[in-house]
Design a protein around this ligand. Structure first.
Ligand SMILES: [Zn+2]
Length: 434
C-alpha cells in the first residue's frame, strides 16, 4: 500500500521496497533521454528528481545505501549522456558536480548527504524526548534507561538503527543544551562554535564537506543568468570542454586544426580569444561595451569580473552576459561547422550575441542614471518607467515614423550605482586586459 507515492510499511524498509523508486527514476530518465535536451535542461531535471526524493522518500525513510548509489548513478548518467547513447562520459566528476555553486559545483544536493542530515533530525527527536510516537517508542523500548550516546547496537538491530548509532561520533559535538525557563532546550553547535536553533539547513551546511569558495562563481551564476550559457561557461572555466587540444591527448596520431582558421588545434584560449574569427566577433562586441582592451585568456576575464561580487551595476551585468553569450555562440558555431557543416560568418555570430543581450536587457528593472542612459544609447534602447524598451521604426500609411514596444519581461531588480558603472569597472577591466 502506498501513500503519496511512498510505501506504507509496518516493517523496516528494504531494498525490495525501494525498487519501485529506482524504477520510477529509471523510467523518467529513459523518457527524458529520448528528448534532445541541453546540459542545462538535464541539470534542471536531475535537480528536480533529487529534490523530489529528498522531499518525499528521504524524509520518511532512511534510504538504503545501495538505492542511494543506484539513483546517483542514474542521474549522473543522465546528466552527461548523449540523447542516443546509454552512457555518457562525465566531463566533471559527480562529487564535484554535487557541491554548492559558490564552491565551484552545480549545487546539486547528493541524496546520501541529505539522508544523513535527516537522520540527525531523528537523533534530535530522540534526545529531546519529543512528543511523538516514534520518539516515545525509541526511548521506552530501545533505550530503556540507557543514554542514547552510550547505547551499543545489538546484533538483531535494523540497519537503519545501526546507521543512526554510527552517526553519533560525527554529530555528538554539534548537540548542545541551554536552559530556557527551567527546561533543557537542545541547540545545534555550528562548525564555527555558535549555538543556533536546530534547523535542517544548518545541519546540512555543517555536515557536508565544504570546499574553499571559488571567486568566479558569481560571474557565471548571477541573478537572471541564462542556464545554457552558464553551463557552458562553467565547463569552459573548468577547462572541461572537448577542444581539439584535449582530444589530441587521447588521439595523439590524429591531425587537428581549428575549424575557423585551420591554422592550429583549437583550445579554449585559441577558440574564444586568439582565433581570427573570434577576434572579429570580439572587435564588434567591444563597441557595445565600455572597455577596449582584449583579453587572451578566458580565466583572466572571469577573474577580473569576479572582483566585483556584489556589484549590481548594469555594466557588470552586461559584461557577464556578453562573456557567457559569446563563449556559448562561438562554441555552438564551432560545433555547427564541425558536425553539421553549417557556417555562419562572424557578423552573424556577433549579431546573435547582441540580440541575446538586448533581449535580456529588456527584462531588467533599472533606475535611470548616467550608466543606464549610456547603455540605452549604446544598445539601441529607450528608458521608460524604470525599464528599458526596444522601439522599432513602424511606417504608417502616411509614412510617419512612430515608436512601438516590441517586447518586455519584467523580472529582475537591478539597482545601479552610476559612479561605479562609469568609472571603476571599465578602467579596472581595461587595465587588466592590457
Ligand atoms: Zn582558429
Amino acid at each position: 500500500m502506498k501513500y503519496l507515492g511512498v510505501p506504507l510499511l509496518a516493517k523496516r524498509l528494504g531494498i525490495k521496497d525501494c525498487k519501485c523508486l529506482v524504477d520510477k527514476v529509471k523510467n523518467k530518465v529513459n523518457n527524458w533521454k529520448l528528448k534532445k535536451l541541453s546540459y542545462a535542461g538535464r541539470l534542471q531535471l536531475a535537480s528536480s528528481v533529487l529534490n523530489a526524493m529528498q522531499t518525499y522518500w528521504a524524509s520518511v525513510y532512511v534510504l538504503p545505501y545501495n538505492i542511494v548509489k543506484e539513483i546517483d548513478k542514474l542521474l549522473k548518467g543522465f546528466l552527461w549522456a548523449q540523447a542516443d547513447s546509454a552512457k555518457g562520459k562525465a566531463k566533471v566528476a559527480w562529487k564535484d558536480v554535487c557541491v554548492p555553486k559558490d564552491q565551484g559545483g552545480l549545487g546539486l544536493r547528493p541524496l546520501k548527504d541529505w539522508t544523513e542530515t535527516l537522520i540527525v533530525k531523528q537523533i534530535r527527536r530522540i534526545i529531546s524526548k519529543e512528543e511523538s510516537l516514534w520518539s516515545k517508542w525509541v526511548n521506552l523500548i530501545k533505550l530503556k534507561c540507557i543514554s542514547f550516546w552510550d547505547i551499543t547496537a545489538g546484533y538483531n538491530d535494523s540497519w537503519g538503527w545501526k546507521y543512526l548509532l554510527d552517526l553519533r561520533d560525527k554529530v555528538k559535538h554539534h548537540f548542545g543544551s541551554v536552559y530556557v525557563n527551567g527546561r533543557i532546550k537542545w541547540v545545534w553547535i555550528t562548525n564555527d562554535g555558535k549555538s543556533v536553533p536546530f534547523s535542517t539547513h544548518q545541519v546540512w551546511k555543517d555536515l557536508r564537506v565544504n570546499r574553499a569558495k571559488v571567486s568566479w562563481w558569481h560571474v557565471i551564476w548571477y541573478k537572471g543568468f541564462d542556464p545554457k550559457h552558464a553551463f557552458l561557461l562553467w565547463l569552459a572555466v573548468l577547462d572541461r570542454l572537448n577542444t581539439q587540444e584535449r582530444m589530441a591527448k587521447w588521439l595523439p596520431n590524429k591531425q587537428f586544426s581549428c575549424v575557423f582558421c585551420g591554422k592550429e588545434k583549437d583550445s579554449i584560449k585559441h577558440l574564444f580569444f586568439m582565433c581570427e574569427f573570434s577576434l572579429q566577433v570580439w572587435s564588434e562586441l567591444k563597441k557595445k561595451l565600455l572597455f577596449r582592451g582584449l583579453p587572451d585568456k578566458l580565466n583572466d576575464i572571469v577573474h577580473d569580473l569576479a572582483k566585483y561580487p556584489n556589484s549590481k551595476s548594469i555594466w557588470n551585468v552586461i559584461n557577464r552576459m556578453v562573456i557567457a553569450a559569446c563563449v556559448y555562440l562561438l562554441w555552438q558555431e564551432r560545433n555547427y561547422r564541425l558536425f553539421k557543416k553549417i557556417e555562419r560568418d562572424a557578423d552573424t555570430v556577433c549579431k546573435a550575441v547582441q540580440d541575446f543581450v538586448q533581449c535580456k536587457l529588456l527584462t531588467l528593472k533599472v533606475k535611470q542614471n548616467d550608466a543606464v542612459n549610456r547603455v540605452a544609447e549604446m544598445w539601441g534602447l529607450k528608458f521608460v518607467n524604470n525599464c528599458l524598451f526596444l522601439f522599432a521604426e513602424k511606417k504608417t500609411a502616411k509614412k510617419k515614423t512612430t515608436g512601438c514596444k516590441i517586447g518586455f519581461i519584467h523580472l529582475d531588480d537591478y539597482d545601479t550605482d552610476d559612479k561605479e558603472d562609469l568609472d571603476n569597472i571599465p578602467i579596472a577591466l581595461a587595465s587588466a586586459f592590457r
